[in-house]
Design a protein around this ligand. Structure first.
Ligand code: ZN
Length: 264
């Protein structure tokens, strides 16, 4: 019996990709469980970079579908925000976007250069651009940065290559039944996400995460508690590889400490 089965202590849910309206107060975000909260632009990242909810860590993003954000991208400003943040996201490529692909690619390449220098978990959007994203990752040695493919829909072969390139996968309920997550992705590369939107009630996140844990658990023959433990452990490996423990808020560091000692 794995040691996590012996304890009754429940780990908080962990959502590895969600969005919150930056104007929400801390009291409106108390019931979300632990969340990696993404931003869509430098302007939004600037608004949230100094927030200090103990269970939410905010990313630095530049969304590939947001023309204004892509046009306003500034490498130095992004660099400065990344230095102060535990994670990067949402960034990436999208061929269904009104943003010219060349502009998206130019910005994405600069972002990859930054995380090569300052290692971070980087949450990557790849809607109708899975091959293009893998091509960019293939051409770049990311050193200790960790790409996390969010809501991944790539083919089985591309998934295999992404694994070889060191990618993790944050699985959304819409793709959780895809067999490639069982056949091509090792369990130690799996994370879970809600991609919760600005207008969704933040307190619904733990339920949504539990639903994805259930779906992923069916694939991996694990129960919800085991999936949750696995996902926290996987985040722990990323935090270790990127050496970002000190940048994460308190609840993350507390849970990661317990998980790494295997006392939950
Ligand atoms: Zn998103």
């Amino acid at each position: 019996m794995p040691s996590e089965e012996k304890s009754n202590e429940k780990l908080p849910s962990l959502d590895c990709h969600a969005h919150f309206e930056p104007t929400l107060s801390a009291s409106e975000l108390v019931d979300t469980g632990a969340v990696l909260a993404m931003t869509l632009s430098l302007a939004e990242s600037t608004l949230v970079v100094d927030r200090n909810e103990p269970h939410i860590t905010w990313g630095v993003g530049c969304y590939p579908r947001n023309l204004e954000a892509q046009q306003a991208f500034d490498k130095e400003h992004f660099y400065d925000l990344v230095e102060r943040s535990a994670i990067v996201g949402e960034v990436g490529l999208d061929t269904n976007s009104r943003v010219p692909l060349e502009l998206q690619r130019q910005n994405f390449r600069q972002i990859l250069e930054i995380v090569t220098e300052i290692p971070r978990l980087i949450s990557i959007h790849s809607y109708r651009a899975t091959e293009l994203v893998i091509k960019e990752l293939r051409q770049k040695n990311l050193n200790n940065a960790i790409p996390v493919l969010h809501w991944w829909t790539g083919s089985a072969d591309l998934t295999q290559e992404a694994v070889t390139l060191g990618c993790y996968f944050s699985i959304h309920s819409a793709v959780a039944r895809h067999s490639k997550f069982r056949t091509r992705v090792p369990p130690e590369r799996i994370l879970i996400e809600s991609d919760h939107g600005y207008r969704d009630p933040p307190s619904a996140i733990p339920c949504r995460i539990e639903w994805v844990e259930h779906l992923v658990g069916q694939q991996l023959k694990l129960n919800i508690k085991q999936v949750r433990h696995l996902v926290w452990r996987n985040l722990g490996s990323i935090v270790q590889k990127t050496d970002t423990r000190e940048l994460f808020p308190k609840i993350f560091t507390n849970v990661l400490k317990k998980v790494s000692r295997n006392i939950v």
